[in-house]
Design a protein around this ligand. Structure first.
Ligand SMILES: [Zn+2]
Length: 437
């Protein structure tokens, strides 16, 4: 047996580290799960060289809005396939939403997800627990036992707690436990039956509308409840200009509030629905051009500090029905970074340090996780990215079971070529031959 210790020597990459604001060409050494100082390399280590010349080396992404579908809906996705897709997309940490079957409204389900992930996941998985039992919005889940079992946050995502008293109590308890609430904002008395943004296109297409005000009313309510309870509130998948304005004002007043935006809302508008293509059916829906611009502006100036995929896989069978009947949701793990690069970096709106900040530091701060970094001593969750590589989205090549992407057939620039989790290669494009033995 050869028991010589091994480490990785990542040679001549462009280091992009938002935490230390570092953007420079340098070597990086990884040993026993951590980034190590080249001046203090441990002796007797065999270094495996990874050729990174011409590539970006950055911290792995944290995607804090992912539907892994397990337990219960493994025909759509599993912890295994979902985390394979994450690794291929450069995501080293995912936060799993609790709308599984059964829902994660009890400590046993949270524990089960944790154990299953330990065995099968390629990246880090943090489960969340439901705000209310069965996500029905009527009775609070046992927050303390959910958190003790490993829930990193609470959410009824997919549903929004309609009863203001229940939401108020939820925030009071969450603030005592100091755990964030991930808030899907939708007043269903206004959105019920809606399948797309209410506006010009819904009128033209004759489809029932899900109006902006249904989101904005709940954003307003929860800002007020946040002010009252001082709970940590994170607004999920914001879509409207009005929501951005409300958030901006709330932040000015110093509330403990944060927000995320999804790549599809940054890249697409409701005009994409003109052919009744169910791949563009998502909740909350694609909005208008002004909304899209307001979201981009908010993510650029940091009002929105997180970009998350809201990866929501469905089977082809379910999506290939009439528009009204198709389920909401798009897959996003394998396109997250490329879409962000297109909309924010190649469009010259953000530099790489700021863009990676929204995908690493932003979510880590909201969740209270250790800050991702490439500085010495940091956990070696990192990616190698080829900014120049052009690739065409072909969902048949996705590692996710879900093929319901709104970006099918589009060409993007920038592709992840290697992903490392905890100092080990979790995924790589073998044909690139980056690892020199
Ligand atoms: Zn949602």
């Amino acid at each position: 047996m050869d028991d010589q210790k091994t480490g990785f020597y990542i040679a001549s990459g462009r280091i992009i580290d938002p935490f230390s604001r570092r953007d420079e060409i340098a070597d990086l050494y990884v040993f026993e799960g951590r980034v190590v100082n080249p001046a203090e390399l441990p002796p007797d280590v065999r270094w495996t060289r990874i050729e990174a010349r011409g590539l970006v080396v950055a911290p792995g992404l944290i995607d804090m809005h992912v539907h892994l579908r397990e337990p219960g809906e493994t025909r759509k996705e599993t912890i295994r396939t979902g985390t394979m897709a994450a690794a291929a997309g450069g995501i080293t940490t995912v936060v799993a939403m609790p709308n599984t079957l059964p829902p994660a409204d009890n400590p046993d389900t949270i524990t089960w997800i944790g154990k299953k992930a330990e065995k099968e996941a390629l990246v880090r998985v943090y489960p969340t627990g439901c705000i209310t039992e069965g996500r029905r919005g009527e009775k609070l889940s046992p927050f303390q036992s959910l958190v003790q079992a490993g829930a990193i946050a609470l959410s009824d995502d997919g549903n929004c707690v309609q009863n203001s008293r229940i939401m108020y109590l939820a925030m009071e308890y969450a603030s005592v436990l100091d755990v964030p609430i991930l808030d899907h904002c939708e007043d269903t008395t206004l959105s019920d039956g809606g399948v797309m943004n209410e506006g010009y296109w819904s009128t033209l297409l004759g489809l029932p509308g899900w109006p902006s005000i249904a989101e904005e009313l709940m954003v307003s309510r929860d800002i007020l409840l946040c002010e009252k309870t001082q709970a940590r509130i994170h607004l999920q998948h914001l879509t409207t200009e009005g929501s951005v304005r409300l958030l901006r004002e709330a932040k000015k007043r110093g509330l403990p509030i944060s927000a995320e935006v999804c790549p599809h809302h940054l890249a697409l508008t409701d005009s994409s629905l003109r052919n009744y293509d169910t791949r563009f059916k998502v909740n909350p829906p694609l909005r208008g051009q002004r909304d899209r611009e307001a979201l981009i502006e908010a993510v650029v100036d940091g009002t929105i500090e997180v970009i998350a995929s809201d990866h929501a896989p469905h089977t082809q069978f379910e999506k290939e029905v009439e528009f009204d009947k198709a389920p909401f949701g798009v897959v996003g793990l394998e396109t997250l970074l490329s879409v962000c690069l297109q909309e924010l970096y190649f469009s010259k709106k953000m530099d790489l340090l700021d863009l990676f900040s929204r995908l690493t530091l932003g979510p880590s701060r909201v969740l209270g996780l250790p800050q991702p970094s490439l500085s010495y001593g940091s956990v070696a969750d990192l990616i190698l990215l080829d900014l120049e590589e052009e690739w065409k989205v072909d969902s048949s090549q996705f590692l996710s079971k879900g093929k319901n992407t709104p970006f099918e057939g589009l060409t993007f620039k920038g592709k992840v070529v290697l992903t490392m989790v905890d100092g080990q290669i979790a995924w790589q494009r073998e044909e690139r031959n980056l690892v020199v033995k």
